[in-house]
Design a protein around this ligand. Structure first.
Ligand code: FES
Length: 105
């Protein structure tokens, strides 16, 4: 059960122990992370689950698929190299300590 931290630009943070196999969008919604909405329920149709992965973890979260990458081009807040859609990130022990930054609109 990895520990995940969501950080906000105003300095706020949310910490959670996330069940293995749960998407990090679902985990964010369940833990009241503001700014992560998950409107399409993880169907790769909304981009309301946009986060910035801490660069230290980028090699563990892998690359966005072509479909995810296309959607990342349409996010409300501009895409960065570390942008991912958190519905496509799945909790596992290798991600223990993961830090995700939530973009501010
Ligand atoms: S929840 Fe809609 S794209 Fe991730």
């Amino acid at each position: 059960m990895p520990k995940v931290t969501w950080m906000f630009e105003d300095g706020g943070e949310v910490f959670a122990d996330v069940k293995d196999g749960l998407s990090l969008m679902d985990a964010a919604v369940h833990n009241g992370v503001r700014g992560v909405i998950g409107e399409c329920g993880g169907g790769l149709m909304c981009a309301t689950c946009h986060v910035y992965v801490d660069p230290a973890f980028a090699h563990l979260t892998g690359e966005a698929s072509a479909m995810e990458s296309d959607l990342l081009d349409m996010t409300e807040v501009p895409r960065r190299p570390e942008s991912r859609l958190s519905c496509q990130l799945v909790a596992s022990e290798v991600l223990d300590g993961l830090v995700l930054r939530v973009p501010s609109a």
